[in-house]
Design a binder for this molecule. Structure first.
Ligand code: GRF
Length: 222
C-alpha cells in the first residue's frame, strides 16, 4: 500500500459520514487521503462537502442506466481511474451486484445504522424500537455480496431510551457513526485491519461476530 492509503468514497445523500472522513483525512498524520467522491444522485449535499474540501467529485446517476450492470460498469470504470486502495460506502443507497463487490473484495467497507446482524436493510431504528430492544447503534463492516453483510470491524452501541423516536435515536447513532467510520479506515490504512478467511482481524486478532464492540461512553477513547 502507498504511504497514504488512497480512498474513494461513494455517497447518495447528505454525506455527514463523508464529512467525518474528510475531517479525519485532514489531520497532519492521517494515514489516508480521499482521492475522489462519487455520488449516484446529482446535487446532493455530500457533493458540495467534497467541493468545499477541494476533493474531486462526480456523479454517476443510476437513473440514466437501463440496468444495474450497466450502471456498475461505468461506476467501476470511474473508481478504477483513481486506483484506490480502499472503497468506502458512506450512505450509498444502491444494492451492489456480487460481481461489483468481488472487484473490491477485502478492501470495501460499509456503515450500517444497526447492530448487525440485526436489521439489515431499511428502517433500522424503527425496527429496533418496535422490537423493544435495549440497544441500538451502528456497524462498520467489510462488504460481501449479501446485503449489509461481511465481517464487521466495529460496532458502536448506545442505549435506547424509553421516549426515543426514530429521529432522536438516529441523531445519537449518527454521532457514533462519525467516530467509528474514520477509525476503521485509519486501521485499514495502517495495515492493522484485514479480512482473512471468514473474519476481520485487528492487529492479528480475530474480531467477533459483531466486530470490536464500543459502548457510547467509551467512544471518545477510540
Ligand atoms: C447513515 O445513517 C448510514 O449509516 C446509512 O445512511 C446514512 C447516511 O448518512 N448507511 P450520511 O449521508 O452519511 O449523512
Amino acid at each position: 500500500m502507498a504511504t497514504q492509503c488512497s480512498v474513494v468514497v461513494l455517497i447518495s445523500g447528505s454525506g455527514s459520514n463523508l464529512q467525518s472522513l474528510i475531517d479525519a483525512s485532514q489531520h497532519s498524520d492521517a494515514p489516508f487521503k480521499i482521492a475522489a467522491v462519487i455520488s449516484n444522485r446529482p446535487n446532493v449535499k455530500g457533493l458540495s462537502r467534497a467541493s468545499a474540501a477541494g476533493i474531486t467529485s462526480q456523479c454517476v446517476d443510476h437513473t440514466e442506466y437501463a440496468s444495474r450492470e450497466a450502471f456498475e460498469a461505468d461506476l467501476a470504470a470511474l473508481i478504477d481511474q483513481y486506483q484506490p486502495d480502499c472503497v468506502v460506502l458512506a450512505g450509498f443507497m444502491r444494492i451492489l451486484t456480487a460481481s461489483f463487490v468481488s472487484r473490491y473484495e477485502r478492501r470495501m467497507f460499509n456503515i450500517h445504522p444497526s447492530l448487525l446482524p440485526k436489521y439489515p436493510g431499511l428502517n433500522t431504528h424503527q425496527r429496533a424500537i418496535d422490537a423493544g430492544d435495549q440497544l441500538a447503534g451502528a456497524t462498520v463492516h467489510f462488504v460481501s455480496a449479501e446485503l449489509d453483510a461481511g465481517p464487521p470491524a466495529i460496532q458502536g452501541q448506545i442505549a435506547i431510551e424509553p421516549n426515543d423516536t426514530v429521529d432522536s435515536l438516529s441523531k445519537r447513532v449518527l454521532k457514533i457513526e462519525h467516530k467509528i467510520y474514520p477509525k476503521v479506515i485509519e486501521w485499514f490504512s495502517r495495515g492493522r485491519l484485514v479480512w482473512q478467511d471468514d473474519a476481520a482481524l485487528l492487529d492479528g486478532t480475530p474480531l467477533g461476530a459483531q466486530g470490536k464492540i464500543v459502548a457510547w461512553e467509551d467512544i471518545s477513547t477510540l
